[in-house]
Design a protein. Structure first.
Length: 94
């Protein structure tokens, strides 16, 4: 039984440290505004608890775009995270 214990411990540690699959995420439309947008990137600004932060997204040919997407427009952004990059899957103006 003592030979199995180190294997079990390593197996459990591996299960908890394995990277989780990326999930789709959505930004709230009420406080997300386009700072800049072009064919390959989108930068939005959002406020959380009085602090403003900017988020950058990769835009590609698979990204769905709906509405007037210009600087200053309020938007909803659906995205996935892959290789530490936020990949926009859908951008929709409000």
């Amino acid at each position: 039984m003592s030979a199995r214990r180190p294997f079990l411990v390593l197996w459990l540690l591996g299960a908890f440290t394995a990277p989780a699959p990326s999930k789709n995420a959505v930004l709230n439309v009420s406080n997300v505004t386009i700072v800049s947008i072009d064919a390959h990137s989108l930068v939005v600004s959002r406020s959380i608890k009085g602090k403003t932060e900017q988020l950058r997204f990769v835009v590609n040919s698979d990204t769905t775009r709906k509405g007037n997407l210009t600087s200053g427009s309020r938007v909803t952004v659906h995205y996935t995270t892959q290789n530490h990059e936020n990949i926009a899957t859908s951008i929709q103006s409000r």
